[in-house]
Write a protein that binds this ligand. Structure first.
Ligand SMILES: O=C[C@H](O)COP(=O)(O)O
Length: 252
């Protein structure tokens, strides 16, 4: 039985003060157990968020990191810098990073390896564009991205990671994938993990759906056998909405 995981991805939203205000509200209303809770905040808000959430079961995550331990990489952040703050998760290979910041399967792989070495849990994002979907390429795209992300990683490490299937056409558009379609692609991703790393690993790895998930539709995704939670952008920005998503994940 896989524990559901609801991760908020704030993207480039919220100052430190706004993050603190969110945390105070979330703390006050955080009464759901049996769901792993993560907020992936901008780098600048992570320390404040960690401080506010101390003593709660809400973990914090980053939205990116560099794969080197240190060096002359102006503007970058390493895994150990994140660890020092108390970060536990890191989103890697989000489609916005692939689209706007030249992230490739190769750099995602290097980051996955570095994150695991540092003891961070990667949330590895995969997903097809609308053009790829319409061309019938969804299965090939998620296979290539999944195999690429985990190249050279061992089965035990893969089992403890999180994968987020996010069809690009569903991100921030209000056009969510149907729960059945999302489950079908997530089952393909799970079978790729099974082929590469064995059935036990495939059964353990958590695979989220992401793309216009809201309190109103979370239960439909959680009702699907292969969907283990959600990576949520817009609807994670308000504490009450985030807590409703968490509560909705118990319907599994
Ligand atoms: O990482 C989160 C996804 O990009 C989904 O964003 P959204 O929930 O705003 O559609």
């Amino acid at each position: 039985m896989r524990t559901p995981i609801i991760a908020g991805n704030w993207k480039m939203f919220k100052t430190m003060a706004e993050a603190r205000a969110f945390a105070q509200e979330a703390k006050a209303g955080n009464h759901t157990s049996g769901v792993q809770k993560v907020i992936c905040a901008p780098f600048t808000a992570l320390a404040a968020l960690k401080e506010e959430l101390a003593g709660t079961d809400i973990a914090i995550g980053a939205q990116n990191m560099h794969f080197e331990e240190q060096g002359a990489y102006t503007g970058e952040i390493s895994a150990s810098m994140l660890k020092e703050i108390g970060v536990e998760y890191v989103v890697l290979g989000h489609s916005e990073r692939r689209q706007y910041f030249n992230e490739t399967d190769e750099t995602v792989n290097k980051k996955v390896v570095a994150a695991l070495a540092a003891g961070l849990v990667p949330i590895v994002c995969v997903g097809e564009s609308l053009e790829q979907r319409e061309a019938g390429e969804t299965a090939d795209v998620v296979r290539t991205q999944t195999e690429g992300a985990f190249a050279g990683v061992n089965a035990a490490q893969v089992a403890d990671t999180v994968i987020a299937y996010e069809p690009i056409w569903a991100i921030g558009t209000g056009k969510s994938s149907t729960a059945e379609d999302a489950n079908e692609t997530i089952a393909i991703i799970r079978s790729v993990i099974g082929e590469r790393f064995g059935q036990a690993t495939a059964e353990k790895v958590r695979i989220q759906y992401g793309g216009s998930v809201k309190p109103e539709n979370i239960a439909s995704y959680m009702a699907q056998p292969d969907i283990d939670g959600a990576l949520v952008g817009g609807a994670s920005l308000v504490a009450d909405s985030y807590l409703q998503l968490v509560a909705g994940a118990t319907s599994r």
